[in-house]
Each structure stands twice: as C-alpha cells, then as structure tokens.
Ligand binder design. Sequence first.
Ligand code: ZN
Length: 202
Amino acid sequence: MKIICIGRNYAKHIEELHNEKPKEPVIFMKPDSAVLLKKNPFIIPPFSQDIHYEVEVLVKINRIGKFIDQKFAHKYYDEIGLGIDFTARDLQSRLKEKGLPWEKAKAFDGSAVIGNFYPKDSLDLENIKFQLFKNDELVQDGDSSHMLWKIDELIAYVSQYFTLKIGDVIFTGTPAGVGRVEANDVLKGTLEEKEMFHIKVK
Ligand code: ZN
C-alpha cells in the first residue's frame, strides 16, 4: 500500500505556516514503512528537534482506479479514518528553502499514524468533526467543511498521476493548530467524539 498526503488543504493552516495558497492540491507520499505499528509509541527521531503533529482525516481506497471522474469518486472508498502526519518541521523548513523534496521530513519511519476507520455511510462527509488532544488538552479542532478540496475532488486529482489501489490511504491535510511533541506526550484523536487513536511519544 501507499500513503498519499495532501498539503495545504485548510486555509487557516496555510496562514499559520506562512505558506502560499496553492492553485492545485499539494501532494506528497509516504512509503508503507512510515506506518506506525499499532500500539507502538511514536519515537522522536534523532535528526529533528521539532517534530510536529498534524491530525488528518483519512480515506481508505477500496478498489483500483486511474483517471477517476469526480462524480464516481465516492465508489472508491467506504471507510473514513483519522491519523497523524508527523512532520520534522525543522528539516522540512530547510528542505523547502532549498527547493528540495520533503521526504526526509515527512516519510520517515513511524511518521504515519493510521487510526481506526468508520463506514462512510455513518458520517456526513461534508461536515466531519475531528479533534486532537495533547495530554488531554484540545490542540486541533477540525471540520471537513473547511477543506479547500473535498475528498472526491482529491481522489479525482490524485488519480490523474497515481493509480489508486486497494488499501491505499489518503491523508487529506491538517487544519490549524499544529505544534510540537515532546517525550511523554500522549496524543488522542477523536472523530465525531469517538476515539480513533491514542499514542504515547517517546
Ligand atoms: Zn499533513
């Protein structure tokens, strides 16, 4: 499986990182080795002093597709989840400055938290409420209605470049409120008030 991530999909997060609003979605990928194994803690890697959490709504692809028309995109997924796109922000800033690829800052081992999934039929996809708590304090409060590109638009866009396969996961971008993690932090993600993941930082 592969992980396709969308950057800059929420206006307020673009502002907080002083990024430009893109004309089309920003895409990057993580390999399957980036997935944090279930029940494992997230270990802060030695190459970064500024690891950030980014809570994101996830879409799990359930059939193979390429050049998917937006109006048929809903047939390519039936589960919605929640995860974290861990980012080595210091390294990413250095790479961005030089115009280099972000992989070392975004795709390292353990950088993709994939929590539980729920059937999409039980959700209002245009208004998914999701939250991230750090040590029981609310740090990110998201609503899919604020996405610049909606899930079906993202699937249509991404599939022009990459064949989507069963089990692939799309990270749909983070809302505002990203911040640093430290050893011993506990991160809990909720979607429509249901706990989707719970991880310790080491
Ligand atoms: Zn992200």
